[in-house]
Design a protein around this ligand. Structure first.
Ligand code: ATP
Length: 270
């Protein structure tokens, strides 16, 4: 439920199991997020400074948002979510106060995750006029920097940011104590695509001719979001054929797959 315009707070329901592939990314997030939250004593005993901020970057639709939610779920902490584009579009001063408000709420909550989507819109390089009105961006960025630095005393608040344009992020945010970890969330490889297809067909009854491995082989360059879309569409196609259908067959997958063209290209993947 939304508590203030632009801020939503929840302990997300999505779990690691709902995300296919990305084993490495999940493990890294687990270490950086779950461990300090679950075992703070062990961390202070060994003098380990927990990570304050993590930047997730990679092409759209490859589960950056879902990973952040699953991390909050695994750690069982509230999840504060806001979008850079939304902050940027607000009236003068409103974006900054919302940003301050969310950090304040997170500090009160204690252990929590702040997720900042489309971070480059707000955390873009200073003086980069391509990101729109430079003055608005700079004020938001300096508010963000102040708030992140202010987290020092507040224990257990982690900031996860997501962007498709990591090169556009201001270097000031990459200093130690701010976003000190950068994780690339790649498009799914073959095994990843098999797992994603498995996740999104879990609640479907598949005909014996459906071969998810072969389907994964045939969907190179598809993102997780596109594979999810494919699975949803398949059910509709089966219904269109027969309103009483309960099972989806390979032909339904083929019809949908052949009608789709992945948005990613080889360049993005390289
Ligand atoms: P954007 O950059 O556009 O915000 P994103 O990287 O944050 O995208 P998500 O919003 O997390 O991507 O994912 C979009 C949808 O695709 C979600 O509904 C999610 O279920 C699905 N999806 C993406 N990747 C995977 C995956 N690896 N496993 C299962 N589902 C996935």
């Amino acid at each position: 439920p939304s508590i203030t315009r632009g801020i939503t707070v929840e302990v997300p329901k999505v779990t690691w199991k709902d995300i296919g592939g990305l084993k490495d990314v999940k493990t890294k997030l687990e270490k950086a997020i779950e461990w300090p939250i679950k075992y703070p004593e062990a961390f202070s005993r060994l003098g380990i400074t927990p990570v304050r901020g993590i930047l997730l970057h990679g092409p759209p639709g490859c589960s950056k948002t879902t990973l952040a939610k699953a991390a909050a779920n695994a750690a069982n902490v509230p999840f504060f979510s806001l979008s850079g584009a939304e902050l940027f579009s607000m009236y003068v001063g409103e974006g900054e106060s919302l940003l301050r408000e969310i950090f304040r709420k997170a500090r009160i909550a204690g252990k929590s995750i702040i997720f900042f989507d489309e971070a480059d819109v707000v955390a873009g390089k200073r003086g980069d006029s391509s990101s729109g009105s430079a003055a608005v961006g700079e004020r938001l960025l300096s508010t963000l920097l102040t708030e992140m630095d202010g987290l020092e005393e507040a224990k257990g608040v982690l900031v996860l940011a997501a962007t498709n344009r990591p090169y556009a992020i201001d270097a000031a945010l990459m200093r130690p104590g701010r976003f000190d970890q950068i994780l690339y969330v790649p498009p799914p490889d073959l095994e990843g695509r098999i797992e994603i297809l498995n996740v999104h067909t879990r609640r479907m009854q598949l005909g014996s001719d459906v071969d998810l491995r072969r389907l994964a082989e045939d969907t190179e360059f598809f993102t997780g979001a596109e594979l999810e879309g494919l699975c949803k569409e398949v059910g509709i196609v089966a219904l269109r054929e027969n309103m009483d259908a309960t099972v989806v067959f390979d032909r339904h997958f083929q019809i949908v797959k052949n009608s789709l063209k992945p948005a990613l290209t080889v360049d993005v993947i390289d």
